[in-house]
Design a protein around this ligand. Sequence first.
Ligand code: ADP
Length: 358
Amino acid sequence: MAKLQKIGILTSGGDAPGMNAAVRAVARKALDEGIEVVGIVGGYAGLIQDEIIDFTPRSVSNIIARGGTMLYSNRCLEFKTEEGMQTAIATCKKHGIEAIVACGGDGTFRGATDLTNRGIPTVGIPCTIDNDITATDYTIGFDSAMNTTLGMLDCLRDTCESHARCNVVEVMGRDCGQIALYTAIAAGAVAAIVPELPFDEKELIERIGKLSKEGKRSFLVVISEGVFTPDGKKYGEVLTPKIEKETGVETRFARFAHIVRGGAPSLRDRYTATRMGIKAVELLLEGKSNLVVCEIDGKIEALDINYSQVADRYFKKTLKPGNMESLTPAQQQAVKDLADKRYAELCEMYEMVKVTSK
Ligand code: ADP
């Protein structure tokens, strides 16, 4: 097998703090191995619009501490079409890009698989603040987003305590409750409400009423953005007036939204991005492809993108016909065990919030 000569790197989908650290690690490791590196600007759109920049070690100077992504990110629908895909392949050929490291979430990895299937080897690096890629314990951006969320919850807690108030706070996470659960535990919230687990509204309202009568002044209720009422309303907005009406505790609603996607990446995110970036280049050098770099029990490993996607769909109950059958029996069992493990982790955190919120 001829040695890899040139790789491309892109960031795609929702941005996450630490993407820059991943780009830097990939570029520096590849250059250290004598491989040429190009940055693809604006995610997959850069391959369609031929926006490619040559990287030297200096191209990624002074980005490790910066939020956002210096390569920019786009949601590129054209890339999902066969015509768009062929344009992308032609751009790779034109620039001699032999392999691609794609930083992003599950959509980004689906795009990477499409490239792999058309002859461009790819490795994915999981970057999303939501930590919603089931196969990996950890995604780049999660820690930073949680710390930003926590800082803002602490601020709200101060003012809730002063004025004897309750604040219902909607946090990011899409259909994944991890940001809500972790930050609720760390902020001392009275409840975390997440899409994956049932929630007892009556119990919470009674508890807030009782604790208020006993002298507790501040209440935080952390709710994931993916929790809706049966008729499609944002549940946090519906719950807020109910708490006030039924407990007499003044209750306000806050939504942190995209603020937590920005800001300087935490040490954890920079470190993990560096480890994953180096691993991605090593995998390509070993001739491997269609893999996603994962952190599993503290180790950096690689899993097949298809396996990762089926694991995701199994856990999120969005399996399509044939998904499970595309895996070996051993992989199917591993997917089931992983889903059980993830569910148990969520339940454990959920209990932790309850037990510590007296
Ligand atoms: P994320 O990677 O954060 O999940 P998206 O789902 O928006 O974000 O995906 C990012 C980009 O990946 C899309 O804009 C598109 O260019 C590409 N992509 C997503 N899904 C597919 C798919 N099924 N086939 C090919 N490309 C895809």
